[in-house]
Design a binder for this molecule. Structure first.
Ligand code: SF4
Length: 256
């Protein structure tokens, strides 16, 4: 059976998404400390790691950690906003990855700017998708999108755009004011469940992507074991984050 964890390897990010609910203000561990966590995960039989953040590719030494994890036989999945995923870096790390998840919520530059991703975001994601397609790299490409007030009417364009690529799965998140910036921006970004369901229905009928997956706030409860950048192990329960240990020293047996 798969033993999966989600590792928020850094809380730093190079985008400023207004719906972001990442854990803020956790300090990155050193490279050696992260290796110790990786060894602990291996010892506890973890078979799959989702590397995320913040922006995971910002962390010094992340490429080497991915390689090491791959060599331990762990399945690596990375979630990235793509800003640092140059062609050269794709060439270097794709072989250590089972999948690359790219975050994109719209193909419209103004909407991306209003979401805090910046005007160049669509072009950056398109360059990555075109390159992986051209090289026929053996890595699954997944997409994450957040539906909120700013982009709710623009999924027609995004669905059409993504239909040009061989995308393995598309995970569609409802805006979730879980913590951090998302809580501050709740009023301007929140949508109703029925509005969200309409978008999902449209995508399911019009997308060529076979695996369409949905996420609302309840799905984040007790479903994921998270390791934060400082090593803390966190489980979200009834909207509250509970620290249940630290992956540098504690066994993960109880949580997996
Ligand atoms: S949603 Fe992701 S890319 Fe956007 S600011 Fe948060 S961590 Fe960064």
């Amino acid at each position: 059976m798969e033993k999966e964890i989600c590792w928020n390897i850094t809380s730093r990010c190079n985008q400023k998404c207004k719906y972001c609910h990442r854990f803020l203000n956790t300090v990155d561990l050193t490279y050696d400390e992260n290796i110790n966590i990786l060894n602990n995960l291996e010892k506890n039989g973890v078979t799959s790691i989702t590397w995320t953040g913040g922006e995971a590719l910002l962390l010094n030494g992340i490429d080497d950690l991915l390689k090491l994890s791959y060599e331990k036989g762990i399945k690596n999945k990375i979630i990235t906003n793509g800003k640092l995923l140059t062609k050269k870096r794709i060439d270097k790390i794709y072989k250590y990855l089972d999948s690359i998840t790219l975050s994109i919520d719209s193909i419209n530059d103004d909407i991306n700017d209003s979401l805090g991703r910046g005007k160049s975001h669509f072009e950056e994601i398109k360059t990555i998708l075109d390159y992986i397609k051209e090289k026929e790299y053996d890595v699954k490409v997944r997409i994450n999108s957040v539906v909120c007030k700013n982009n709710i009417n623009n999924f027609y364009d995004l669905t059409n755009f993504l239909n040009n690529y061989n995308i393995y799965s598309w995970r569609i998140f409802k805006f979730m004011p879980l913590r951090g910036t998302a809580v501050i921006n709740k009023e301007s970004f929140d949508i109703s469940l029925s509005e969200y369901n309409e978008v999902v229905k449209y995508i399911k009928s019009n997308s060529k992507i076979k695996n369409i997956d949905t996420r609302v706030q309840d799905d984040m409860e007790k479903k994921y074991v998270l390791i934060l950048a400082n090593g803390d192990i966190v489980i979200t329960n009834k909207g509250k984050d509970e620290k249940v240990g630290n992956a540098l020293n504690d066994s993960l047996d109880l949580f997996l």
